[in-house]
Design a protein around this ligand. Structure first.
Ligand SMILES: *Cc1c(COP(=O)(O)O)cnc(C)c1O
Length: 342
């Protein structure tokens, strides 16, 4: 892979903003270099622009080097940055699977980048040849999501490998649901595939959707471009502190994931008994995609009774499908009991 040919020329030669905390790092007696208010209240200082302490903790859990990590305001930030770094508006294009996460397409539109979608097979499995066929010499990015949203399935490893082995551009694998999955992460392959970017997030298994923190993992070279383009202080002090606290209790996350997986199995059994349920797609995530007799009608009736699921009826391959997140045991029971009345 030739990184220079994939990066927008203006980004390749960009001289990034140099903030006070870039120019002087470390301890000092007096900091009067950033025009901050000097009276301590916990937040009067700017945050660490590179979040080094948080990245140290993440690197131990994920078994990658801290320099292979970029942190953002949710995964949404690295998703947008990938276009801004790699895709020249109106010139380059990106290829994605369908159905998948909506933000890849929205950010393509915002950045005026052509977004090509390739339908998954009817069982939501990946056809690598079809994806590769949709690419041309102006394709700079391929979006994969595994486990995929809204289908819940892991994409086949060998099919992904085929794409990584034959495509010269950036391949993103969004692993937002990886902690719920039975197979291992692609993080172990970062050193083997210099064009690979893996996305993960604190929003799902870690229970931190409200603090907004997403992770991008890639080669040191690619991460350096993320750091050049991102807002200097993109992850605030409250978020950095809260994430550090969560990371110090990985066990708690693992226990909650285990409960959610037990509940997912229970939901699969209970849903399978219901007359309105036509099919439950296999899931490696914290939700189930369920084909029902009449999704719009059941969605509305559930909402009227205070139970909000996600209708995916209008999404490609998802006709009459509802996406149901696994809730607490009590919440799941409420959903099942309501569905029993149809
Ligand atoms: C939920 C989700 C995310 C998380 O986005 P954040 O901005 O980190 O909250 C990313 N990708 C997919 C596929 C998701 O479903």
């Amino acid at each position: 892979m030739n990184l220079k040919s994939l990066i927008r020329p203006n980004i390749w030669k960009l001289a990034p903003y140099s903030c006070a905390r870039d120019e002087f790092k470390g301890e000092a007696r007096v900091f009067v270099d950033a025009n901050e208010n000097p009276f301590p209240n916990g937040f009067n200082r700017y945050p660490d622009p590179l979040q080094l302490s948080v990245k140290e903790s993440i690197s131990k859990i994920k078994n990658v080097r801290p320099t292979q990590i970029m942190l953002g305001n949710g995964s949404d930030e690295p998703i947008d940055l990938i276009y801004r770094i790699f895709c020249e508006p109106k010139v380059d294009n990106a290829v994605a699977i369908a159905p998948s996460y909506g933000m890849y397409g929205v950010c393509a539109d915002i950045n005026d980048v052509e977004y090509r979608t390739v339908r998954l097979n009817d069982d939501f499995s990946l056809n690598a040849d079809a994806v590769l066929k949709a690419t041309d010499e102006r394709t700079h990015v391929i979006w994969l999501c595994s486990p995929n949203n809204p289908s819940g399935n892991l994409l086949n490893r060998n099919e992904i490998k085929k794409i990584l082995d034959s495509f010269d551009g950036i391949v993103v694998i969004d692993e937002a649901y990886q902690d719920f999955a039975a197979e291992s992460s692609w993080l172990t392959e970062l050193d083997k595939y210099p064009q690979l970017i893996v996305l993960q997030t604190f929003s799902k298994a870690w229970g931190m959707a409200g603090v907004r923190c997403g992770m991008a993992f890639a080669s040191e070279e690619i991460i350096a471009f993320f750091n050049k383009v991102k807002y200097p202080y993109n992850v605030n002090i409250l978020t950095q502190k809260t994430i550090a606290e969560a990371l110090s209790n990985e066990q708690k996350m693992r226990e909650q994931v285990k409960t959610i997986l037990d509940e997912r199995a229970k939901m699969q059994r209970e849903l399978a008994k219901l007359g309105v349920v036509k099919h439950i797609f296999p899931s490696d995530a914290n939700f189930l995609l369920v084909r029902v007799t009449d999704a719009p009608k059941i969605y509305k009736a559930l909402a009227d009774r205070g139970c909000v699921v996600r209708s995916r009826h209008n999404v490609v391959l998802c006709e009459n499908c509802l996406r149901i997140t696994i809730g607490t045991p009590e919440e799941n029971e409420i959903i099942i009991n309501e569905l029993k009345t149809f």
